[in-house]
Design a protein around this ligand. Structure first.
Ligand code: PFF
Length: 448
């Protein structure tokens, strides 16, 4: 069955695809801006602890559900259910995750579209297309519609090729490209005046803000968004992992890469803010607070690129290409969640299912674009603050309370014969049963 459904052909392929889903705008934009607005290094410290102690165990829950089920999110969850009521519950959680993934894609594609147009803008400027470059630079309805559509079409093109030739092949190409651009940009920013001051703010924690509840809530929310939890995405990616692979270490690699890239992106963005400040661009208020999170990427950084002279065109191009690539490897995972369900449930061809679902998501994106002020923030809050933690928590409850412990161990033991004697196995089942649901519930309640 797995060969008909598709499967990642290698360990490296899975890690690139799942890390590709995890590493996105949330890492390169979200994490550094959250760090800057939540006390710098203190936020980094709390984030690291929560990512490994809460988000990683929750990620393992989703991966193990998928690998056991070898099917789309709804069917994988339903395989764990022991009664008709539990089956209904499984449907609600799985389908809820799929809808959540589709809704996240509908706003993510708009932001990714902005990144796309910002990537093209320096090329237009250098080639003398001044009016085109100004048009690309100014947010407008036609620009948003065109670039959002382009982004969704690219996502469709990759997903319609399937697991190995689409998701895996492109993740293996795009992720190394992303890392190279990131490394080049950091080297450049570090040589600029003001960078060291930024580095200090980023790496030296102010211990007073460590226990601020708002900081905890932001850090856990960020960790969940960043690991793509509560969206069925990691269930479906888990279902494409071979039974020969050691799931515990694969999940750890993905978490490690995700956290590392967020951390490294901070090494670029936070010093870049201080470099821009040194060049006279207003970034922080007198009290040291970040003036605006939204304008950072589209006004502050472009102002920094302009102040660099001719090389700024190249740096600007590289930065927005980096953002676009990161967004693309995430968006393909969001589209895969509903597509895999439609293919298995309604016996549709993959290409047909991808275009139909991609078309529906485009319509939702267009609706958001036409009603931007009413819908954009609403859809973001609904999915990232409400649905993701709730569905992530329900997946933990499924694994901790509904799945029989011995059967769960049998699944973990695939590709990991010595699982029973490991620290992970001693701690994780308890964690997933009590600590994760409770901690997530607390964050969830706090976000209201
Ligand atoms: N993890 C992605 C990021 O950090 O940008 C966002 C994301 C991808 C969220 C896939 C949800 C999802 F299902």
């Amino acid at each position: 069955m797995s060969s008909i459904r598709g499967e990642f052909s290698s360990r490296f392929g899975f890690i690139m695809a799942a890390a590709g889903s995890a590493v996105g705008l949330g890492n390169i934009w979200g994490f550094p801006t959250q760090t800057a607005s939540n006390g710098g290094a203190a936020f980094v410290l709390v984030y690291l602890i929560l990512a490994f102690c809460l988000a990683y165990p929750a990620l393992m829950a989703e991966l193990v559900i998928g690998r056991h089920g070898q099917a789309n999110a709804v069917s994988s969850l339903q395989k764990l259910a022991n009664s008709p009521l539990q089956k209904k519950f499984a449907f609600t959680v799985g389908f809820g995750g799929i809808i959540c993934a589709g809704l996240i894609l509908s706003f993510y594609a708009i932001v990714a579209g902005w990144m796309f147009s910002a990537t093209v803008e320096p090329i237009a400027a250098v080639t003398g297309l001044v009016s085109t470059s100004t048009w690309l630079n100014t947010q407008s309805l036609p620009r948003d519609l065109i670039f959002t559509s382009l982004f969704i079409i690219l996502t469709i093109a990759i997903i319609s090729k399937g697991v190995e030739n689409g998701i895996e092949k492109w993740s293996k190409r795009l992720m190394p490209a992303l890392l190279s651009i990131l490394a080049l940009l950091i080297i450049y920013v570090m040589t600029q005046e003001g960078a060291m001051e930024g580095l200090k703010a980023y790496l030296v924690p102010d211990f007073n803000s460590l226990l601020d509840p708002q900081l905890l809530v932001s850090a856990l929310g960020q960790a969940f968004f960043s690991l793509s939890l509560g969206t069925s995405v990691m269930i479906i990616y888990g279902s494409y992992i071979s039974k020969k692979e050691n799931l515990v270490s694969l999940g750890a690699y993905v978490t490690l890469i995700d956290v590392l890239i967020a951390f490294v992106a901070g090494l670029l963005i936070i010093p870049a803010m201080y470099v821009a400040q040194a060049q006279g661009v207003a970034i922080f208020s007198e009290s040291g607070a970040l003036l605006s999170e939204d304008t950072l990427v589209f006004q502050v950084l472009p102002a920094l690129f302009t102040s660099m002279g001719d090389i700024g065109y190249f740096v600007g191009f590289a930065f927005f290409a980096l953002m676009s690539i990161a967004a693309l490897t995430s968006s393909i995972s969001m589209l895969e969640a509903p597509v895999s369900y439609a293919v298995e449930k309604f016996a549709l061809g993959r290409v047909q299912a991808t275009w139909i679902i991609g078309g529906i998501i485009s319509l939702v994106s267009f609706t958001i674009i036409f009603n931007f002020s009413a819908l954009f923030g609403f859809v973001i809050s609904l999915t990232t603050q409400f649905s993701q933690p709730l569905i992530g928590m329900l997946c933990c409850i499924f694994v901790g309370w509904i799945w029989h412990r011995n059967k769960l161990l049998a699944e973990i033991k695939n590709g990991h014969a010595e699982a029973e004697s490991t620290l992970f196995w001693k701690v994780w089942p308890w964690y997933i049963k009590f600590v994760c649901p409770l901690a997530i519930a607390m964050v969830f309640i706090h976000s209201f």
